[in-house]
Design a protein. Sequence first.
Length: 355
Amino acid sequence: MRTDGAQLIGSSSQMLELKQEIQRIARSDAKVLVTGESGVGKELVAKAIHEHSPRADRAFVAVNCAGLPETLLESELFGHVKGSFTGAYRDKPGKLEVADEGTIFLDEVGEMTLRMQGLLLRFLETGELQKVGADRTGRVVNVRVIAATNRNLQDMIAQGQFREDLFYRLNVIHFWVPPLRERKEDIPQMIDHFLKRFTKSNAYLVTGIEPDAFQSLVDYPWPGNVRELENVIERLVVTGKHEHVKVEDLPAELRQQRGVSLRPKRERRRTVADDLFKRMAEDGESFWTAVYPLYMQREITRQNVRDLVRKGLEEARGNYKIVCKLFNMDVNDYKRFLNFLRKHDCQLPFKEYRQ
Ligand SMILES: Nc1ncnc2c1ncn2[C@@H]1O[C@H](COP(=O)(O)OP(=O)(O)O)[C@@H](O)[C@H]1O
Ligand SMILES: [Mg+2]
């Protein structure tokens, strides 16, 4: 069973290196961990490895470890026997069994519970499938394992949220796929590629993009990476009112960076994080008085704090010491601040904000 062609577009030095590396390691059976922000192409990389491997004619089976509650994920991976839980009307093979002789892709592996991590580790060590509700271990399967995550597993290990032994099992070969904004040379080629794909049917008016609009697409920082670019191009093609897309046809985020905003500014509603950020950066309040008590009293959520930290890191170009200053804390508070973020899982990988 072949995948539908994992063609990695892009000829930036990073992409070329990645493609070479894929060719080099595909023939081995080594486990691979693919990391990078959401939408950078981690799954596509996994498919490309599979396609270049001797297993290419067998199944490539993807499992999203984040999408399912623990018990369902267990049965999804390992299968279950009839009657093992409500709704288990018949024996069902797990994805690991379906992927036998092929490749299993464990997406968002960082979201697995610790118990699931334990089950996965046991499987990786023995290759034996323990179906849900079965009293004996089942058959041994032979799968190549590729895992992916957008989380920093080493941070998670430090916080006791990810098993170190599992990390070392999965991380035999590591691929990091850089965000699109760090390989802008790839964007023009990708635009052409997606444009061709979405206009192929001739069902739409759009056939091309005017140079100004094209430039806006290249300049935009693409926080959602290739997935966002792909979606924007599709939307432009499907909803386009001119044969060649004009700047005015672009989504608001893209128009605004050129100062040709057609809609009134301040369109984006201020978020909780925006307000808190302003209270500190502009009104001089400290993190300990403006944010900390609200969070401890659950008036604001962890996500609010994470968004706030993200804003800080963007402003401080990835330097937590400067974030600490921006949030009006004393230098002596730096350690306490980092500890707080770590403990409450609000620490973001600073590297992504370095420029
Ligand atoms: N280099 C690339 N060339 C062509 N398409 C890509 C590339 N990288 C990502 N894509 C496309 O972008 C979308 C998101 O990629 P995906 O692999 O699902 O990202 P991730 O798993 O990192 O979130 C998919 O539709 C994928 O085909
Ligand atoms: Mg993905």
